[in-house]
Design a protein around this ligand. Structure first.
Ligand SMILES: NC(=O)c1ccc[n+]([C@@H]2O[C@H](COP(=O)([O-])OP(=O)(O)OC[C@H]3O[C@@H](n4cnc5c(N)ncnc54)[C@H](OP(=O)(O)O)[C@@H]3O)[C@@H](O)[C@H]2O)c1
Length: 316
């Protein structure tokens, strides 16, 4: 149970990746300012988290079952917390979906929205009324740069994050009246099971209903570029955890927090031309560059080094 003065932090999707690292980084806070309730839908997947938490497990970190797709599971978890008191809610659970649109059943697309969009809303609906009554609290949503600009073959995943961005941008206005803060964390590529699941998924699939040109574009143009982008620009889950800690500890937390400054010019392209043509053409041309794309990404990384940091949140 939380000690007096400790903030209760509830995090979704802590069995792996970013959620696991946020839980560990906060539970190991030197000043022990946080009591972390690390949730996951299946406690059989707890071992990696328990191992990483070390001594903090059972002291500043406890586990609870929570499936963001189930009303009952969300209610049961929140009702199990003393006075239902959550100071900081970190909505991290999410799933990806990549591939040619023609080959993806609508049911699979709905699962992405059920998790990434309605899953977050389900959590906020359960926790927000008490925060409003108390006139305090912080809701954090792990979005993505794909919630700010679309990425080819990630159409539905990107749409789910865009939906979240629109939802939060609207809700943040109302929450200001109640002194409840809302922040988005917008990572670029991060090395987690997310990326591994995507590659494994792609290898196993046949893409029924998709024409050979599209399959070729997906497998031989998009995929190698995507792997290259992950290798060149990818951050670690620990980077994202440190950014998240900075956001919740800021005096005036920002609403938008991109974690990778190299994405600032990419997102800016969209606003540089209000017709939208510039960014769509730019992405199309970047994919055509093949090996040259790698060279330009490395160049971008070194040319921009420190100068874009102010528009993003740095893990250091
Ligand atoms: N990795 C990236 O490149 C990247 C970039 C930008 C944003 N993000 C976002 O970061 C967040 C975390 O992703 P990650 O990269 O850490 O991937 P990950 O390692 O696959 O972790 C995703 C977590 O979400 C959980 N989850 C999935 N469905 C759930 C449900 N219905 N209820 C509760 N938990 C559920 C998973 O649990 P199980 O173990 O039970 O499956 C897992 O713990 C996601 O919102 C993702 O969109 C990731």
């Amino acid at each position: 149970m939380a000690s007096p003065g400790q903030k209760v932090v509830l995090i979704t999707g802590c069995s792996s990746g970013i959620g696991l690292r946020i839980a560990v980084v906060l539970a190991k806070d030197e000043q022990k300012r946080y009591y972390v309730i690390a949730t996951m839908r299946d406690l059989k997947r707890k071992d990696k988290l328990v191992e990483a938490a070390g001594d903090a497990y059972g002291k500043t970190l406890s586990l609870a079952v929570l499936d963001v797709c189930s009303d009952e599971s969300v209610k049961q978890c929140i009702n199990g917390i003393k006075d239902r008191h959550v100071d900081i809610l970190i909505n991290n659970a999410g799933i990806g979906l990549v591939g040619p649109l023609e080959s993806i059943p609508i049911e699979e697309m709905k699962k992405v929205f059920e998790t990434n969009f309605f899953g977050v809303i389900r959590m906020i609906k359960e926790v927000m009324p008490d925060m409003k009554k108390r006139k305090g609290g912080h809701i954090v949503v792990v979005s993505s740069v794909m919630g700010l600009h679309g990425v080819v073959f990630n159409d539905v995943y990107s749409a789910s994050k865009f939906a979240m961005e629109g939802f939060c941008e609207s809700l943040a206005v109302q929450l200001m009246k109640f002194d409840v803060t809302l922040s988005m964390i917008e990572p670029g590529p991060v090395h987690t099971e997310f990326e591994a699941k995507m590659i494994q998924d792609v290898k196993a699939k046949e893409y029924p209903g998709t024409d050979p040109d599209t399959i070729n574009y997906f497998k031989n143009v998009y995929l190698p570029s995507s792997v290259d982008i992950f290798e060149t620009l990818g951050q670690t889950p620990d980077d994202i955890a440190r950014c998240t800690k900075k956001v919740i500890e800021a005096n005036k937390p920002r609403f938008r927090n991109m974690t990778n400054s190299l994405y600032t010019p990419i997102v800016a392209l969209k606003y540089a031309d209000e017709t939208g043509g510039l960014s769509i053409r730019a992405f199309h041309n970047i994919l055509k560059m093949g090996p040259l794309m790698h060279v330009s990404m490395v160049a971008l990384k070194y040319l921009t080094c420190g100068c874009l940091k102010s528009s993003s949140i740095s893990p250091n």
